[in-house]
Design a protein. Structure first.
Length: 241
């Protein structure tokens, strides 16, 4: 019954978010949009019974946020702490019902992951955003993992930070629940559908997300592949700690 109640409350909240994006965002200042994004993300977590733990601080100015990837709700977890983050997401998310319109409104950059030409386009687009002082966020694993063990980090999009000498902000996301240091309910892997994942999350007991913002990493003179390996090591060490 608790899961049904949570999902019943989530539906009008999502529709309200869609209404705000379509009617109010264009006339808002960036700061006002960021506050709306933070509010919506915090309430989404609260409605689903998800506890939020935060450590570390956001950095001003343009930087590339790099995080591990476990759940489709990772974006809400990050936006609850860093609402200015503009995520790079696979292009098909844009066509998801309702969710697509929300992520478009949040300033998401979309990429066709199977196209090298499109990857180059997004690198240039991300570099321009960084130069304009934006926070661009990427999941370098490219897909969701199980939580405790990271997939390889793809370094292509890190080139945007290297080319503009923008710092990288590593962010560690750890989902947990009652009796599990790494939540099994939050995982969005294999053949799991969005509906199945949503039900598992709404049904979970003691579900939470720990968002750790690590100190920024300089990119000056670095090779993007070596940078990717170093960042993967930083995030992995925190997950193991």
């Amino acid at each position: 019954m608790k899961a049904v109640w949570r999902l019943a409350r989530l539906t009008p909240h999502v529709l309200r978010g869609l209404w705000i994006v379509r009617t109010d965002f264009e006339r808002m200042t960036p700061e006002q949009r960021h506050e709306r994004i933070r509010w919506w993300s915090l309430k989404t977590l609260r409605i689903l019974g998800i506890e939020l733990k935060v450590s570390g601080q956001a950095q001003p100015g343009g930087h590339l946020l790099v995080a591990n990837h476990v759940s489709w709700l990772d974006i809400a977890g990050v936006h609850a702490v860093l609402p200015q983050a503009r995520f790079v997401s696979k292009a098909d998310v844009k066509h998801w019902p309702v969710v697509g319109a929300l992520v478009v409104g949040a300033g998401t950059l979309f990429i066709e992951r199977t196209s090298k030409r499109d990857a180059l386009r997004v690198v240039h687009q991300a570099a321009e955003a960084l130069q304009n002082g934006d926070c661009v966020a990427v999941f370098p694993e490219g897909t969701t993992g199980s939580g405790p063990e990271l997939l390889p980090f793809h370094a292509n999009l890190l080139q945007a930070a290297v080319a503009t000498d923008a710092p990288v902000l590593p962010v560690v996301l750890r989902w947990y629940e009652a009796g599990e240091r790494f939540s099994s309910s939050a995982r969005f892997i294999g053949d799991t559908t969005l509906v199945q994942s949503l039900w598992r999350i709404a049904s979970a007991r003691g579900l939470g997300i720990d968002v750790q913002v690590l100190p920024p990493v300089s990119t000056g003179g670095r090779d993007r592949r070596a940078l990717g390996e170093m960042l993967r090591g930083l995030v992995s060490a925190r997950l193991a700690g």
